[in-house]
Design a protein around this ligand. Sequence first.
Ligand SMILES: [Zn+2]
Length: 454
Amino acid sequence: MSIYSQLLRRTVLPYLLSREDQASALLHFSALQKSQFWSTEKLREDQLKRLQKLLKDSYDNTTYYRTIMDERGLTPDSFQSLDDLKKLPVLTRDITFDRQEQFFSKKFNKKFLQEFTSGGTTGQHAILFREQESFNIKLAMAWRHENWMGKSLCDKIGHVWPAAMDINDNEPFRTRFKNRYLDRRVIYNAGALDNASLNFINQDLLKFDPEYLKVFPSALFGYTEFCIENKLEHPKYKSILSTGEPLSATQRKLFEQTYDCEVFDMYGSREVGNTSSECPAHSGMHIAMETSLVEFVKDNKEVAGGTEGEMLITDLTNFAFPLIRYAINDYGIPMKESCTCGRGLVRMDKALGRLSDNIYKPDGSKILGHVLGIAITFEGPTIGQTQVIQKSLTEFEVKITNKPEPTKEVLEFIEREMKLLIGQSINIKIEVVDEIPKEKSGKTRFIKCEIDGK
Ligand SMILES: [Zn+2]
């Protein structure tokens, strides 16, 4: 940490935070820095207390939770263990949309809540709300995850994002000055892979000279290939935090080699913020247990360690618009062993990330899209960005980018893997493209199933 960072952290940061009603984030950060080293047992006890408080508050103050608990003959006292949470139904985005009014807690004035929309690879959209205090705790959690890659508050960080989200080109000079020189956080839109934009980003990164990067891996991947092709210089980064979509082994390798630094994977979402992140041991991602209760389920039963399950997240911080057992539409694998780093926070496997559409076999049975994703992008030969579109039970289209230009061997590999997983009778049309079309959020969707009524 530089002397300038220390100075900002002690003087300017508290002032900037209090001006935006975020001063409590500093206290939360200090508490989270300690609790990460509690034993798993103590963290679970703490989670249960937080959960019970949330359930009681939701029962007393929201129509939705009062109704579903009454319907099931439950009261807040019915939840004496974390496992009791399964007595409540899964919450989908559709329910928050259809019954939105019933989720607002009567303790809060709606006018003062933060409104945010969920992004998501499934293309679903939901408008959700949270109170300021919930935001402040999430902010502290984001700081903790950045701290795991070595970054202290006010150290310089550049964000390489795939779309103009979080970027406002019309921001007044004062805001831009604050972001760059006081918060020391600059966001770059690397979604448009044209020479002018990428050159601009390169020039500005050299000027800003951040010590850390926070990136969507696909965005940094495109930018990095451009730098390599054009033999451009880049700043010396201490580490890189990858988020927003799964980080493939190919991407991680390219970043580690090009920038000669460690790469950390982090899983988060717009709905519930940072959920898990890699520690310096780089072995799975520690779950943010103080803010999120994550279940990995199949048929409403917790899956065994090392087994894949659908993630249901309970946001332990949002009392204004409670999200309990929220189906985030992602899958993960819980890990049971403890980590060598000494943190008591439980872990999930880093290999699985966002849910893509499911895929159908010719006989109509389903397989998870990301299984195919892992088969063709996490191992095997280096391939460009890929998208698989299922047109019918037997017809598939694969788009693959020309960076690197896929060899005959790569094309055969994709076909072989797909047939192995889905069935030998499928037809696959592979098209080499300049770019994979992006969804509205700026994310690219890896698997798209276009079968009606899927
Ligand atoms: Zn660890």
